[in-house]
Design a protein around this ligand. Structure first.
Ligand SMILES: NC(=O)c1ccc[n+]([C@@H]2O[C@H](COP(=O)([O-])OP(=O)(O)OC[C@H]3O[C@@H](n4cnc5c(N)ncnc54)[C@H](OP(=O)(O)O)[C@@H]3O)[C@@H](O)[C@H]2O)c1
Length: 317
């Protein structure tokens, strides 16, 4: 058994991580840190958790000294550094998986989108977990990346859990009711992240909708050479064959069908009459394949377990 501490355990992704780790055959929770829930029983907040653990309000030094084999940071952006610094000093061999964007542009950290980057994993103890939209964009674009005539254009819609628990317009169900809210239509963090990882400029226009979880990303791709839609579909099937958490479909995937599930779905392949413009649709659960499940894939690799250990198979909640 390996032990895992979660910092930011009250949040949406923190709660999903508690569920996954509690059910994992080879992991156990060392601590779950939250300022707001300090002292409260975890089982009161996460129904699936049956253990006796209580939340604790741990500062960076206290979290580092708990001696966990891994620490997952599920904090808002710009909060990870003190925890990383304390772990660097007190427990440098501890595996850190950071869910924020803080180290996604840092070459000293492994960027863990396993289906696309696992060949670059060489035992790093510092792992940066990709953004949810950035995961969807990269999965949609990677198979056609070397055939593009221009920047891919990505239209994204997310449920409001993507905005975390700190109150804002983007997670206020009243403002979102009967509404689709566009925001940060150029220069979004995930646009820069996907562009950097893919090595090409990506254009991304995010929106928030009135449902809780899940992302639909529709990607428009201009090609240098025409392709038939069946060839495009075959290309994706071949590229993602054997990936337990990626499903390639003929039909366009529906976000309602992937919410609460651990895999991503890619489909809806459509080509223009001249075959130079292709559209691909990806759906995934932002809290799972877009965050907690992907973190668990990364953690499994870091511990030398099978990458999918403790992750329910595609299609099962
Ligand atoms: N939501 C998603 O779909 C998603 C997907 C991929 C990646 N991410 C990334 O994952 C991270 C967590 O996202 P989330 O949606 O789970 O956020 P969240 O629901 O807002 O939760 C944030 C957590 O951090 C704690 N926290 C906030 N400020 C803190 C501080 N200054 N020091 C210590 N703890 C603090 C909060 O708990 P207390 O206030 O109780 O301490 C809470 O547990 C973010 O960086 C986010 O960008 C999120």
């Amino acid at each position: 058994m390996k032990t895992v501490g979660i910092v930011g355990a009250r949040g949406h992704t923190g709660a999903e991580l508690i569920r996954l780790i509690a059910a994992h055959p080879r992991l156990e929770l060392a601590f779950v840190s939250s300022r707001e829930l300090d002292g409260q029983r975890v089982a009161e907040h996460v129904a699936e958790y049956a253990g006796a653990l209580h939340y604790a309000n741990l500062d960076a030094g206290q979290a580092a000294r708990r001696g966990a084999d891994a620490v997952i940071l599920a904090l808002p952006n710009d909060k990870a550094a003190p925890f990383v610094a304390a772990l660097d000093v007190a427990a440098p061999d501890t595996v850190i998986v950071d869910l924020s964007a803080d180290y996604r542009f840092d070459d000293a950290w492994y960027y863990g989108l396993p289906e696309l980057t696992r060949m670059r994993y060489t035992g790093q103890r510092r792992i940066s977990n990709p953004g949810c939209y950035a995961t969807a964009m990269q999965l949609a674009i990677a198979p056609l990346k070397d055939r593009l005539a221009g920047p891919p254009v990505c239209f994204g819609v997310s449920g409001y859990s993507g905005a975390g628990t700190t109150p804002s317009d983007r997670n206020d169900p009243h403002q979102l009711r009967d509404n689709l809210m566009p925001y940060q239509l150029t220069g979004h963090m995930h646009e820069r992240e996907a562009s950097r990882q893919l090595g090409l400029p990506v254009e991304f226009m995010p929106h928030v909708a009135a449902y809780f979880r899940g992302i639909t990303l529709t990607v428009n791709l201009w090609l240098t050479q025409p392709l038939r839609v069946e060839d495009v579909r075959a290309l994706y099937r071949e590229r993602y064959a054997g990936e337990p958490l990626l499903r390639v479909l003929d039909a366009a995937p529906w976000v309602s069908r992937v919410a609460g599930h651990h895999h991503a779905e890619i489909g809806g392949f459509t080509a223009s009459a001249d075959g130079r413009r292709v559209v691909v649709v990806v759906t995934l659960d932002n809290l799972l394949k877009g965050a907690a499940t992907q973190a668990l894939q990364n953690l499994n690799r870091a511990f030398g377990f099978e990458e999918s250990a403790g992750i329910p198979p595609a299609g099962e909640p």
